[in-house]
Design a protein around this ligand. Structure first.
Ligand code: HEM
Length: 280
């Protein structure tokens, strides 16, 4: 895990963030001009803040999007990291309200809330993995058997909870809503669907693992669930998927790429609602 947030800050991790008002340059591109992004019509809500314009020649400047030179996954990552709060991740740029305005959330996860989270997560992974298996668009087939699949591991975890005498709840509104959304999107809007695919699997490998560890310390006697275990080297599995995502996106126009990036906010919204079940 790249960075672990101290437990003292952990209670803030679930608070709905507020967008920071300032629009400063990202520190990663200080030597270049950073222009306000003028989205073409239809992508006006694009969350990427700017396009980088090379200032090295007097010729017509070439537009560069943050992360573009490294491949499209880096562009998706750039947009996603900016949607974290500073408390969630170092690169986060969204802000919560002033400390005194923050709702007092006592960080007391319960088994029942965590089970609701696991059940809704399983519904989302079942849906994603079925979509990939059926591959309504040929590009989806690139993401079969990546080793990142979580449906089977969640089934084992729920079985374990059941054996411990816990009642497994039915899926609730956040999971049902997201699963329906993903199914519809996958049939009509592959670029937007791929944005969710990326964010769901990669978020789980980063912040998701961190959250799982903290919950386990609090209420599961530090038992590590199957949800947080992968067969093989996780960083290699992620790298393989990055390469496939980059390859698929190479066939997209700039407008299609922007459309995909623009979907990131929705991915955070839907996943955030499922995450909050842990504290329900
Ligand atoms: C409580 C909520 C969350 C916390 C604490 C959290 C925390 C983190 C952390 C610590 C990282 C690693 C940053 C690094 O590379 O140094 C990360 C990466 C990331 N997060 Fe989150 N996150 C949260 C929610 C989300 C949500 C809701 C999404 C989107 C659905 C998301 C998407 C991502 C993505 C795409 C990455 C990049 C992973 C990579 O580089 O491979 N995160 N997050």
């Amino acid at each position: 895990m790249a960075s672990l947030t101290p437990v003292s800050q952990f209670k803030y991790l679930f608070i709905e963030p507020r967008v920071r008002a300032s629009r400063q340059n990202p520190s990663s591109v200080p030597a270049r001009l950073y222009l306000q992004f003028r989205a073409p019509s239809g992508i006006s809500k694009m969350p990427t803040k700017g396009v980088v314009v090379s200032a090295t020649t007097a010729e017509k400047p070439k537009k560069r999007y943050p992360g573009e030179s490294k491949g499209f996954v880096e562009e998706m990552r750039f947009v996603a990291m900016k949607l974290h709060t500073r408390e969630q991740a170092k690169e986060g740029e969204k802000e919560v309200k002033e400390p005194e305005e923050r709702p007092v959330i006592k960080w007391e996860p319960t088994i029942d809330g965590y089970l609701r989270f696991l059940v809704d997560s399983k519904l989302v992974y079942d849906t994603l993995e079925k979509i990939i298996e059926e591959a309504a668009y040929p590009a989806y087939a690139e993401f079969r058997n990546t080793g990142l699949e979580r449906s089977a591991s969640l089934a084992k975890d729920l079985q374990w909870f059941s054996e411990q005498g816990h009642t497994i709840p039915e899926p609730s509104s956040p999971g049902l809503t997201y699963a329906n959304y993903l199914k519809e999107l996958s049939e009509k809007d592959p670029q937007a669907f791929i944005c969710h695919f990326y964010n769901i699997y990669f978020a789980h490998s980063a912040g998701g693992r961190m959250i799982g560890k903290k919950v386990a310390e609090k209420i599961l006697n530090s038992k590590e669930l199957e949800f947080y275990k992968w067969d093989g080297d996780l960083s290699q599995l992620l790298q393989n998927v990055r390469e496939r995502l980059n390859k698929v996106a190479e066939g997209w126009s700039r407008e299609e790429k922007n459309h995909c990036l623009e979907e990131t906010e929705k991915s955070f919204k839907f996943s955030g609602e499922i995450l909050r079940l842990i504290l329900s």
